[in-house]
Design a protein around this ligand. Structure first.
Ligand code: ADE
Length: 480
């Protein structure tokens, strides 16, 4: 992931980002930081970048021209290095922005490029903000002297969620704010300190009991210290228990909410809508008679998705029809899938004769040569999956014979076995390996199978996954 920081004080930013974990992550190539001195772009012969404000008032304002040209130079650079000319998120850090949260950090971590614009003096000319900024973000209700510290706070919080930045991937999963709960208390040696004993359960070696104790502590701590967060947690839990009434059909939504990577957009007797923050996909479910009311509750979110080319995962045919009817200014592509869920917690038998290895960006040519899908932009998507360490290769005699992956929203997919190796159990072995890895992370494995793909449905049943009764309609809209 690459961060571009537009600033009048590039040294301040560089010094900070080259130190400690972020410096190491940059050396490893997981993230890169590119600072741009806005002053280098001024057309003023005295290198001035600020001027008085129209209408009077104290202080100076950063002018539009140097900011715009600095931003344009970054956008051009990002475009030339990128396979597609998509919109690059530009964040203006300002006390007037939306609060920066762990959820937003997670959402931003799924971007490939991010521009951060740091203001100074009294701010920046409004006209250039209108033309460049996609997100206004504040790090808290207080005013700092400039945008560099907030930009660095955001970069730090986002970077540590990029795969490979932290040594222990697990620590980004279990800590404070995961799932809207604060972290439980932790203890290290000695067992007794100042007369205080480490809680007995932590010494018991009973992992189930330890997990239960930690969850209880997290909940109590959150309720006491952050009642606002606890309310969100309770709402998500309420939605999860409602979704459990049709567990198989809703397993995707349950998992997204349960992992803390989903934002509950709506939940009541009209239905439920969840946005997956990793991909932007909105998952929707409603009864036939509540399809229209549900859509009216989440009108803006759906419009935003259609405008941004993000997907809708609609869990009923009637609801999909209601989407088409309501948004008749768009034409839709649709993929109808069955959801298969691995509901047990027993691992599958591993294939010892096959070596499994996480694939990297170096494997892109071979993966792209073999994997094709008519919906996703293959190369950019595969590159993203590889960068996020979400693909697994199967090797026989050191030769890649097949691969599988995790989609951005958390389902298993991207399965392909090279033609010479078909009908030898490689596909089943790959999926079993992926399922076992997910079980070790405490997740419930599931995948979508296109309605017409009988072979894949057969494989799922052979591996012990259960099909949901309904269908998931994946919709992507574009303006007519
Ligand atoms: N710039 C100045 N103060 C700020 C804050 N609290 N958040 C983001 N940017 C800022």
């Amino acid at each position: 992931m690459r961060f571009h920081v537009l600033t009048l004080f590039p040294d301040m930013v560089k010094d900070c980002l080259e130190t400690s974990i972020l410096g190491r992550a940059q050396e490893k190539g997981c993230v890169s930081f590119h600072t741009v001195n806005i002053r280098d772009f001024t057309e003023d012969k005295h290198k001035k970048v600020d001027d008085y404000t129209y209408g009077g008032g104290a202080g100076m304002l950063m002018q539009a021209q140097p900011v715009y040209d600095a931003w344009k130079s970054v956008r051009e650079k990002a475009f030339s290095d990128c396979s597609e000319r998509k919109r690059i998120r530009t964040i203006y850090v300002t006390p007037q922005g939306i609060p920066f949260t762990q959820k937003l950090a997670r959402e931003l971590a799924s971007e490939e490029e991010l521009i951060l614009l740091c203001g100074h003096y009294e701010g920046i000319d409004e006209r250039v903000l209108e033309e460049t900024v996609t997100d206004y973000v504040s790090i808290g209700d207080y005013v700092l002297t400039g945008g560099e510290l907030p930009a660095m706070v955001i970069i730090d919080a986002v970077s540590r969620l990029v795969p490979g930045v932290l040594h222990n991937e697990e620590s980004a999963e279990t800590e404070s704010f995961h799932n809207n709960l604060l972290e439980y208390p932790q203890y290290s040696r000695p067992e007794v300190w100042h007369g205080k004993r480490v809680p007995d359960v932590l010494l018991s070696g009973d992992h189930k009991k330890i997990e239960e104790w930690r969850l209880k502590q997290s909940r109590e701590r959150t309720r006491e210290r952050r009642p606002d967060l606890y309310l969100t947690y309770e709402k998500d839990q309420g939605a999860i228990s409602n979704l459990y009434r049709q567990k198989l059909l809703h397993m995707d939504m349950i998992q997204v909410l349960g992992r803390g990577t989903g934002k509950l957009l709506h939940m009541d007797e009209d239905g439920c809508a969840v946005r997956d923050l990793m991909t932007g996909t909105i998952f929707l479910t409603a009864e036939e008679h509540t399809a229209k009311p549900l859509l009216s509750h989440i009108q803006n979110a759906v419009t935003e998705n259609l405008e941004r080319g993000k997907l809708l995962a609609v869990h009923q045919a009637e609801l999909a029809a209601a989407v088409r009817e309501k948004y008749d200014g768009y034409c839709f592509t649709e993929q109808i899938c069955r959801l298969f869920v691995y509901t047990k917690d027993v691992p599958l038998k591993p294939a010892h004769h096959i070596v499994f290895r996480e694939l990297t960006e170096n494997d892109l040519p071979v993966v792209a040569e073999h994997y094709h899908d008519d919906v996703v932009d293959d190369i950019a998507y595969l590159k993203d999956r590889l960068r996020k360490k979400s693909m697994l290769g199967a090797f026989l005699e050191e030769k890649l014979v097949g691969f599988i992956g995790m989609h951005g929203e958390g389902s298993i997919g991207l399965l392909h076995v090279l033609s010479d190796w078909r009908r030898k159990g490689v596909g089943a072995a790959l999926e079993a390996e992926m399922i076992n890895r997910l079980l070790r992370e405490g997740r419930t494995p599931y995948c979508y199978v296109r309605e017409e793909n009988e072979a894949s449905a057969g494989l799922q049943e052979k591996l012990g996954l259960y099909p949901a009764k309904g269908r998931v309609h994946w919709l992507c809209g574009s303006r007519r």
